[in-house]
Design a protein around this ligand. Structure first.
Ligand SMILES: Nc1ncnc2c1ncn2[C@@H]1O[C@H](COP(=O)(O)OP(=O)(O)OP(=O)(O)O)[C@@H](O)[C@H]1O
Length: 435
């Protein structure tokens, strides 16, 4: 996100722009059960276990090449499941249509095209070149593992983020990743997930077009890059949004989807500080539990500092790996620190290890982001957030809560926090934004 996006990140009032609690529920049946006090779940032994396993996690970032053989995207079974219509453009090609989301794929050996769902313009290389002025650096808004990200406006006025894969995407490894991103994005639609508009595969270009989310990443806001401080209420809202998004992926898509790369730089914020989870480059469909399988064995991928130790040890991926990463994210939200802070003294370098130790010593408030003020009202919320983080960071995945449970607990924390703050809730929010 560049500073040229001048509309970004100037939050004057944290709560006035936010919607009501009811408005914020993207789905309701999942969140119906009542919150029960989690203090009984807290185990001191688990802190030591967590610390031991966490220490082993941060040795390196594992992104070995994908070895699993994969069919071409056009041959994938997931896509065969979508209805197929004949392609108007030529022999040897076919057009597949996502049955419920109006997304097209069009292939003739080397070319796949899709058009944005909801946007009227057909996606073509010519069109992409036009709207990005041939990928002019002035349209560039970011750079990531997948490639370069550009901001552009389609002819129908839709502002989009255009992700242009690095040339090396043509390698098998990245090609598989690209296909994974496409398959996954095409399936999901949720308020707290970045919308997929389409993709285009043309000669050696791989382009993904997604919803443009205008207010930078959560990491940037925790670093105050945009000049504002996220208060505790905003951080709670963001945690809830992310929990909703991951719950949706785990429970409400056709097949459970594991995100695999939950981290603060993959959480994009809207102007109203709603969170949208991005970057499905690593996502994998989870095992079909009906068939008795409980995990997907695969190469370890993800980002150092967020990786589930059990996944690292066993190569077995389950939804609980996302829960672990979410626990790291919760600690990040409370402390403001990155998961790995290489420049700090040894005992503070691994943020979750440091924070969980403090929590276990009964000194939770000392890990609070120094940018946030302590009030009587926020200590309980901070303690409960860390308590939930501790559960998410449990070394054994069976001990971790589901994402749905995390969402329920977060709802309860926010409810209690609002009640405690009473009429001060808004003024506290506003005041800490200005400080
Ligand atoms: N949909 C979007 N809307 C607005 N900005 C975006 C969008 N997607 C990405 N960006 C910007 O581009 C940057 C790079 O994004 P990208 O998803 O390619 O990589 P990343 O998630 O930062 O890193 P990595 O790929 O290594 O995980 C982001 O940090 C963000 O600033």
């Amino acid at each position: 996100m560049t500073s040229s996006d001048s509309s970004h990140g100037r939050r004057n009032s944290s709560s006035s722009s936010r919607t009501s609690m009811q408005d914020r529920i993207p789905y309701s049946p999942a969140l119906s059960s009542a919150y029960s006090d989690t203090s009984s779940v807290r185990s001191r032994n688990s802190v030591a276990d967590a610390a031991r396993s966490i220490a082993g996690v941060f040795v390196s970032c594992f992104t070995p090449p994908e070895t699993k053989s994969s069919n071409s995207f056009a041959d994938s079974e997931e896509y065969r499941a979508h209805s197929v219509t004949s392609d108007a453009s030529g022999a040897g090609s076919e057009r597949r249509r996502s049955s419920n989301r109006g997304i097209y794929a069009h292939s003739n050996n080397s070319t796949h095209e899709r058009e944005p769902a909801g946007a009227t313009e057909k996606l073509t290389m010519e069109g992409i070149n036009r709207v990005t002025r041939n990928f002019s650096p002035s349209f560039k808004i970011g750079q990531g593992g997948f490639g370069t990200v550009y901001k552009a406006k389609l002819a129908d006025g839709t502002t989009v983020a255009i992700k242009r894969a690095k040339k090396s995407v043509y390698d098998k490894h990245l090609g598989v990743e690209f296909q994974s991103e496409i398959r996954t994005l095409a399936q999901v639609e949720h308020l707290n997930l970045v919308k997929f508009y389409g993709f285009l595969e043309h000669e050696d270009e791989r382009i993904v077009v997604v919803e443009y989310v205008p207010n930078g990443t959560l990491r940037e806001h925790l670093d105050c890059v945009h000049g504002n401080i996220l208060d505790l209420a905003a951080r709670l809202d963001i945690a809830i949004d992310v929990a909703h998004a991951i719950t949706y992926l785990h429970m409400y898509t056709d097949h459970p989807i594991i995100h695999r790369d939950i981290k603060s730089s993959n959480i994009l914020l809207t102007e109203n500080f709603r969170a949208k989870v991005a970057d499905f480059g690593f996502a994998r469909l989870a095992a079909d539990t009906d068939s008795g399988a409980t995990h997907v064995s695969t190469q370890v991928k993800g980002t150092a500092g967020y990786l589930d130790p059990e996944y690292l040890r066993t190569y077995q991926l389950t939804e609980k790996s996302d829960v672990y990463s979410f626990g790291v994210l919760l600690v990040e939200l409370v402390t403001g620190r990155r998961p790995i802070e290489a420049k700090r003294e040894l005992k503070e370098r691994i943020t979750v290890k440091w924070a969980m130790k403090k929590f276990d010593d009964g000194d939770a408030l000392s890990v609070l982001d120094p940018k946030l003020e302590h009030y009587a009202g926020n200590s309980l919320a901070i303690e409960k957030l860390l308590e939930l983080a501790l559960q998410c960071l449990a070394p054994r995945r069976q001990s971790r809560p589901s994402m749905r449970r995390c969402a329920e607990i977060l709802w309860s924390i926010r409810k209690d926090y609002k009640e405690l703050m009473g009429s001060d809730f808004r003024s506290f929010s506003t005041r800490s934004q200005r400080s």
